[in-house]
Design a protein around this ligand. Structure first.
Ligand code: PHE
Length: 347
């Protein structure tokens, strides 16, 4: 093997051993760089006599081309190896099952609201929706709750330091009862020329607010108002509606109702409604589920209707409470904390 063959063999072996592109470039410098071995050989040509120069020059150039070919081959090999490795590192196993996006579910209180709406709709009740920021007049005055009357303090209302366009003070509604007024007034207007006016039969579920917070009270909670008004609607109808409703809601006939005398400014007489199960963990305990009563004549007047002619009942029940009873939840705050471990149980 002559010196040039040896040089080529050495270059090939050093290139092959270079593990990275950077090290390959270092090896290249040792052969093809300014002070590289091939370059040195070419420089040495000038010392040769002219007749040897040509032959030797051709041989060195041939060797140089082989070194360059080895370099290019190794460069490609390293680039390919790098790509291979990158592909391996980023490999996706397309046969693995995909990551599923969890299906959401309805909040337990929303489920209760839907149940309430369905059951009352089946009894011919309309479902209405109204504002959560109310005027003082709607929340209290129209409901026979005069300004400065002590009964206003039955509810720890969130007052807002703001008036509406007509200069009426605003509050976060402490109950859904203003919806009785809104709905009945709209109804009375709509059927102004009708004699008699078609009966009002409506429920109004929604959010309500009071300054109150413990295991059974939340500053934001839910109520469902109900109103049935006509020429001949009595407490007896209220009893039938409630008995039907609670038996359907709890899916049992083994349930008793009790009307306990109470006071609300907007109903007279007024009653708290209690239920009692004849079975299960709550057996034998009276549970308060709703306020109710016969709509007060002053309120009927504020509806824009004649209290000598139209009579009926109203109620306000607590969907949060009903949800707790139905699912056996013991702390109301669980509904509003957004903890998925709790909520997932209702999906
Ligand atoms: N609004 C009353 C409350 O929040 C409930 C109620 C509604 C009572 C309708 C009677 C009639 O406690």
């Amino acid at each position: 093997m002559n010196d040039l063959d040896q040089l080529v063999a050495q270059a090939q072996s050093e290139f092959a051993k270079a593990p990275t592109p950077a090290e390959l470039e270092n090896a290249k410098a040792r052969f093809l760089g300014k002070a590289g071995r091939v370059t040195e050989l070419l420089k040495a040509l000038s010392a040769l006599p002219p007749e040897e120069k040509k032959a030797r020059g051709a041989l060195i150039n041939a060797a140089k081309q082989q070194v360059e070919a080895a370099l290019t081959a190794r460069r490609h090999a390293l680039a390919e190896a790098e790509l291979d490795q990158q592909l391996k590192a980023e490999a996706l196993d397309v046969t693995l099952p995909g990551r599923q996006r969890g299906l959401g579910g309805l909040h337990p209180v929303s489920r209760t609201m839907e149940r309430i709406e369905e059951i009352f709709a089946s009894m011919g009740f309309d479902v209405a929706d109204g504002p959560e920021i109310e005027t003082d007049w709607m929340s209290f005055t129209a409901l026979n709750n005069p300004e400065n009357h002590p009964a206003r303090s039955m509810q720890d209302t969130f007052y807002v330091d703001m008036k509406d366009a007509e200069g009426r003070w605003l509050n976060l509604r402490p109950h859904t009862s203003p919806m009785q007024v809104r709905y009945a007034r709209a109804h009375a207007k709509k059927y102004a020329g009708h004699d008699p006016m078609p009966e009002i039969r409506v429920i109004a579920p929604g959010r309500t607010y009071r300054v109150d917070s413990d295991a059974t009270h939340s500053p934001m909670f839910h109520q469902c108002e109900g109103l049935w008004l006509g020429e001949n609607v009595s407490f007896k109808d209220l009893k039938v509606v409630f008995a039907d409703f609670f038996r359907q809601f709890f899916e049992t006939d083994d349930l008793e109702l009790r009307f306990r005398p109470s006071f609300f400014p907007f109903t007279e007489p007024s009653a708290e409604v209690d239920i009692q199960f004849g079975h299960g963990p709550l057996k034998g305990r009276w549970l308060e589920v709703s306020g109710s009563g016969q709509v007060h004549p002053n309120v009927v007047r504020n509806f824009g209707l004649d209290p000598e002619r139209y009579i009926g009942f109203a109620f306000g029940m607590g969907p949060d409470r009903l949800t707790m009873l139905r699912y056996g939840v013991n702390d109301l705050r669980l509904f509003f904390e957004g903890d998925l471990r709790f909520l997932n149980q209702f999906k």
